[in-house]
Design a protein around this ligand. Structure first.
Ligand code: TRP
Length: 330
């Protein structure tokens, strides 16, 4: 079977370097080796997290531009917006009906949200959050994806996708491929400026498409310990070093390590990190500044992308509808 990779990014907030290192860059690299690649903007997933319509639209635009500026080639990859493919929401309901509630009860994202509540454990939790893994499974299964590049936090969703696919295949007919996760960077998490996973929800991001000054400012805010210049420092567990390691070769890392042991100041360490990240982001920023001028570009590309992938989705949905009995009588 042909390799078909697929991945999506939830459209909340500005694209950050966690998205870039964890999803955008490795997916674009994979696209160059794989026979087919599907990249999409998960805007229905965004509805789980926010009711701010304007911020969703802005995020769709920015995340699309982030993919494009980072080198996504829409001639060789499929690039689309989840909500343009209405078959996804339809299949999602059908899969919801064969998914065990118990499976969803075990989802980390849902459990983490209930754990934060004291008296009423479901306070503030919408059904979208609860059944989020089913929508994600649908994104993957509707296109019969074979490989899904994701961050380590999404691994459980991939397991659930496999469970759901197997259950459908068992109940009706073997039509879904059982996809595999591809974990980036040995599962190393990209830390935000406070050391927790970089995420909009933690408000600890370093933006991907900002100007140099803003990039420098965000890097200056990275939390470190308060050791003085001249005092040897431990690169392990250090947020600055950790971020550096995502942008550098092993030789560059050993060099930086020895500078830590020699007592590099935090100011210098951060400057070095800035230079490294900026080196990689400069061409992306330049392309972004150009692409951004064309106000119709993203809409046009997404329309074209939707038209290209729709036939796959509607074939799959047609077959599923037939199998479950939602089809013409007779
Ligand atoms: N849940 C993913 C995230 O928040 C985004 C996503 C939605 C996704 N559907 C997907 C990723 C399908 C891979 C495949 O990061």
């Amino acid at each position: 079977m042909k390799k078909r990779i697929l991945t999506g990014i939830t459209t909340t907030g500005t694209p950050h370097i966690g998205n870039y290192i964890g999803a955008i860059k490795p997916s674009i690299n994979l696209a160059q080796e794989s026979s087919e690649s599907f990249f999409f903007l998960a805007d229905y997933h965004a509805l789980i997290k926010t009711t701010d319509s304007q911020s969703i639209r802005a995020s769709v635009n920015d995340i699309a531009l982030a993919w494009l500026s980072s080198g996504l080639d829409t001639n060789t990859s499929f690039f689309y917006r989840q909500s343009d493919i209405k078959e996804i929401t339809e299949l999602s309901w059908i899969l919801t009906c064969i998914t065990a509630k118990g499976l969803m009860n075990r989802a980390h994202a849902y459990k983490a949200a209930t754990a934060e509540n004291k008296t009423d454990e479901d306070k503030g939790i919408n059904m979208g959050l609860f059944s989020y893994p089913i929508l994600m499974a649908t994104d993957i299964l509707i296109f019969n994806s074979t490989h899904v590049p994701v961050g380590p936090d999404q691994l459980q969703h991939l397991e659930m996708t496999r469970d759901i696919a197997n259950r459908f295949n068992h109940l009706y007919k073997k039509i879904f491929n059982i996809p595999e996760a591809i974990i980036q960077d040995d599962g190393k998490v990209v830390p935000g400026i406070d050391g927790r996973k970089m995420s909009k929800s933690y408000n600890n991001i370093i933006p991907l498409l900002s100007d140099e000054k803003t990039l420098k400012k965000s890097i200056a805010k990275i939390v470190t310990n308060s050791l003085e210049p001249g005092v040897p420092k431990d690169p392990n567990g250090c947020n600055v070093f950790n971020l550096y390691s995502h942008f550098s070769t092993t030789e560059e890392q050993s060099q930086f390590k020895s500078e830590y042991l020699d007592g590099i100041s935090w100011g210098d360490a951060k400057n070095k990190l800035f230079t490294k990240i900026n080196e990689e982001l400069s061409p992306i920023r330049e392309t972004f500044n150009k692409l951004e001028q064309d106000k119709n570009l993203v809409n046009d590309l997404l329309d074209a992308g939707a038209a290209k992938v729709k036939p796959f989705a509607s074939d799959m949905l047609g077959e599923v509808r037939e199998l479950v009995g939602i089809s013409k009588l007779g």
